[in-house]
Design a protein around this ligand. Structure first.
Ligand code: CUA
Length: 403
């Protein structure tokens, strides 16, 4: 079984084990009795069948005993169900939105994130809402599983007494990428949570601000130009040839760990053909600042806080930024392109993908469907203007130029 970290989970597990125990016991008892009777009353051993009629005490036992067992099982199930359904007063509330095919968690202060982060030893009340089709919110470790039906708002709660990372699944088939509808529950200490929840929503911009403050742009550019140091444009995921301290060459991928290491020990894996001039920021930069900067560089650098928005809004569950088409068209090169689109009445027209088109495609995607795609995207009709603008700006940056 999954680790048990929620107080009410213990009662759920207990009910499960009691019911399982009884079922196994009855199965074994009935099978053993049946085999014994087969042997004992074989016609070789028992040639003349006895004619037994009526037995009051036997009838009382076979009616009474199962009734007691069934009521007992009901009672264990009922009490654990009650424990799971009685939400403590003052529980911390988080809004959970399920949509094809990702999760969005919105916290009391308005912050939203694609992961569920909660403090340890605190009751958490989750208000569940499905945007498009039926989903089911499932955290196995917390024994929490509840269906989410559009238009029917429901709630669940849990409280974790251990820190750690746990899986969140969608447990109701909801279309093509149901299996990808995953998220992570991070249970952290109260102090860590307080820092996390107060981090600015647009940590991309925070990272940019910090890099200016630390003077990173005195040497590094974000636009591809290289002077005293390599450019940081499109650094994330780049294959780099580096020199180890012993002078040998190695290939590394610029992932978050490499970026962090390069800031803390710039000489350790130096990019080839560059001098070991950069000062180390070990002891200078706080862990949070390092996280912000690494995060900023990992999302592509300047102009791309939009990628984080696209991720949070769930766009990247169906659209790629790499040029490969998925359930929906790729974002790469989309802006400025010409497409044939069809409406419900079957009329077709050719459109140039510009800002006006994208606005409608996001808020009311069913109006005009691009050729070759299904009408599967949920409408983002309640998106705020700032987010919509951010997304369009991001699509523009991935596009062909001015549309
Ligand atoms: Cu959502 Cu399966």
């Amino acid at each position: 079984m999954y680790p048990q970290v929620f107080s009410a989970a213990k009662e759920v597990d207990q009910a499960f084990l009691i019911i399982l125990g009884f079922s196994v016991f009855i199965l074994v008892a009935v099978t053993a009795t049946m085999l014994f009777f087969l042997w004992r009353y074989h016609h070789k051993r028992h040639p003349n069948a006895a004619d037994i009629k009526g037995s009051v005490w036997l009838e009382i036992v076979w009616t009474g005993l199962p009734t007691i067992i069934v009521l007992g099982l009901f009672w264990t199930g009922w009490t654990s169900f009650q424990a799971m359904r009685t939400i403590p007063e003052g529980a911390m509330e988080v809004q959970v939105e399920g949509r094809m095919w990702s999760w969005l968690f919105t916290y009391e202060n308005g912050k939203s994130a694609p992961e569920l982060v909660v403090p340890v030893n605190t009751p958490i009340k989750l208000n569940l809402k499905a945007r498009d089709v039926i989903h089911s919110f499932y955290i196995p470790a917390m024994r929490v599983k509840w269906d989410m039906v559009p238009g029917m708002d429901t709630e669940v709660w849990f409280e974790s007494d251990k820190t750690g990372e746990f899986d969140i699944f969608c447990a109701e088939y909801c279309g093509l990428k149901h299996a990808d509808m995953l998220a992570v529950l991070r249970v952290v200490e109260q102090g860590t949570f307080d820092i996390w929840i107060n981090e600015t929503k647009k940590s991309g911009q925070q990272g940019l601000k910090l890099m200016e403050e630390y003077g990173c742009f005195d040497c590094h550019s974000m636009d591809g130009s290289e002077d005293v140091a390599p450019t940081l444009m499109n650094l994330a995921g780049k294959e780099l040839l580096v020199i180890r301290p012993d002078g040998t060459e190695a290939k590394v991928t610029a992932d978050e760990a490499y970026i962090k290491q390069s800031i803390m020990e710039p000489g350790a894996l130096l990019v080839k053909d560059w001098d070991d001039d950069m000062p180390s920021f070990a002891g200078e930069m706080s862990k949070d600042d390092l996280d912000f900067i690494a995060q900023y560089l990992m999302t592509g650098g300047e102009g791309h806080p939009g990628e984080k928005l696209a991720d949070e809004e769930g766009c990247l569950a169906c659209h790629t930024t790499t040029g490969e088409d998925d359930v929906g068209p790729t974002f790469k090169g989309l802006f400025g392109e010409t497409r044939t689109v069809t409406n419900e009445a079957g009329e077709s027209k050719t459109v140039k993908i510009d800002e006006k088109y994208l606005r409608e495609a996001i808020t009311n995607p069913s109006a005009w469907i691009p050729e070759g795609y299904d009408d599967g995207m949920p409408p983002y009709d309640d998106i705020d203007e700032e987010t919509l603008e951010g997304l369009i700006k991001y699509l523009k940056s991935l596009g062909k130029g001015d549309g």
